[in-house]
Design a protein around this ligand. Structure first.
Ligand code: PHE
Length: 433
């Protein structure tokens, strides 16, 4: 029996779910430190350009493919041409592999939130010397399982309807608090004072492209899958709203982090350690730190959870569409597989310290799947959609074939692949160096 395809209950529901997907650990933890090390406020120039010129067109393309085919990524690619089935499968594989380790980090976030709530924050070393990360990895897997199993409206959409407003409320509260701290001026200076000499450095542009694609969750078939549950909305307007919300939330997150780091006299350039080492020590040192820490990690958990849920929907919907498998069974099978894929990453930050080539497995997974795999997947989406899908069909989805749509098509066909190739080369060089 062919199942009726679910639809979003409203445009707002769809937009909130897409913001839920875009706003993740990448906004709150990765964006601020990337800005910090890439020239402060000046970095916003290449970043906003990447979002508008390359991120948004790719978002619209994905939504257009999903809505016009009414299918998730493997079946949608198959209906463009049979030979693209394998390309669709690659995307499903990449998203599943990313989700495997993303759930590990989601687990850390949950553990930190709880530790601040009970008033006993942990040091990262102590935490990862135990087997607690494994337990929290399982818990976050269980949470996404329950959400996605409940369906598009009752699961994914409902989770975002509750969590996104809570996330924004906590964010605004924390920004207001941070800005009243003694280190605020210095922190904002470090974060946003523009260093324009950086704009001539290609590395800064590559960092901006990579961060923009990652943060908008484009090129992973997520928006394509979400688009298959859409009816009439204007894709352009939705794309702009989602991108604007994502960027604004990322910028605001930095306004929380840097003032606190400066107020407690810690190192702002701590890079990847910023969220799990530097910030917790900042919270321990300031007044109301326990409550603020709890709020911060709860906010991060809401962000991570809604992103993880959107990633899970890609393989689940693919299985449902390709084998006419009921949602509940598809979710169970996919989550079981993803937990197995994520296990080595989970174990790499426990007492077992599972590593490969002297690198914790999770870091390797982040590089191979989360950086290289993600760019390759985005390239596949841009090429299959931009070059092989019927242009009239895309135009019909994005509001006609006027000059604006022509510019978008040109960006998708030439601009996006070119930028992705440069980013891929840059990331491979960085990995080799
Ligand atoms: N956009 C999410 C973030 O900022 C991460 C993500 C990447 C989600 C790729 C889905 C796909 O954290």
């Amino acid at each position: 029996m062919v199942q009726d395809r679910e639809q979003w209950s409203s445009t707002l529901g769809f937009i909130l779910a897409s913001i839920g997907s875009a706003v993740g650990i990448g906004n709150i933890w990765r964006f601020p430190y990337i800005v910090g090390v890439n020239g402060g406020g000046a970095f916003l120039v290449p970043y906003v350009i990447s979002v508008l010129l390359f991120g948004v067109p790719l978002m619209m393309l994905e939504l257009a493919i999903g809505r016009s085919t009414g299918k998730s990524v493997v079946s949608a690619f198959q209906s463009i041409h049979r030979r693209f089935t394998f390309a669709g499968l690659i995307i499903v594989a990449v998203v599943s592999l990313i989700l495997g380790y993303y759930l590990v980090i989601t687990g850390w976030v949950l553990a930190y939130a709880l530790s601040f709530i009970i008033g006993q924050p942990m040091a990262f070393d102590m935490f990862t010397d135990s087997y607690l990360p494994l337990i929290f990895f399982l818990l976050s897997g269980l949470t996404v399982f329950v959400t996605v199993r409940s369906g598009v409206r009752k699961g994914i959409e409902r989770a975002s309807r509750y969590l996104i407003p809570v996330l924004i409320a906590i964010l605004l509260f924390l920004v207001a608090f941070s800005l009243t701290q003694p280190g605020a001026v210095e922190g904002i200076g470090f974060y946003l004072a523009p260093d324009t000499s950086n704009l001539t450095d290609p590395g800064v542009w590559i960092a901006a492209f990579g961060q923009a694609f990652f943060s908008l969750s484009v090129g992973m078939g997520i928006l394509l899958t979400f688009g298959s549950y859409l009816r009439k909305e204007s894709l352009f307007r939705s794309g702009i709203i989602i991108a604007a919300a994502d960027t604004l939330i990322a910028i605001l997150a930095g306004l929380i982090i840097f003032p606190l780091v400066f107020t407690s006299g810690l190192d702002p350039a701590a890079g990847v350690n910023l969220a799990f080492v530097t910030l917790p020590s900042a919270f321990i040192r300031i007044q109301f730190g326990m409550m603020l820490g709890a709020l911060f990690f709860l906010m991060l958990f809401a962000a991570a959870l809604t992103s993880a849920v959107s990633m899970l929907e890609v393989p689940v919907a693919a299985l449902m569409d390709s084998y006419d498998c009921p949602r509940r069974r598809a979710t169970l099978l996919v989550v079981a597989a993803i937990m197995l894929l994520g296990l080595p990453s989970a174990l790499s930050y426990t007492a077992l310290k599972f590593s490969v080539f002297g690198m914790p497995f999770l870091d390797l997974a982040d590089y191979v799947f989360g950086t290289i795999g993600l760019i390759a997947a985005a390239l596949i989406v841009a090429i299959v959609g931009g070059w092989f899908m019927n242009r009239i069909r895309i135009c019909a989805e994005i509001g006609g074939c006027g000059w604006r749509q022509r510019v978008y098509m040109a960006l998708i066909r030439y601009g996006v692949p070119a930028v992705l190739l440069v980013t891929l080369a840059g990331s491979l060089l960085r990995g080799a160096g």
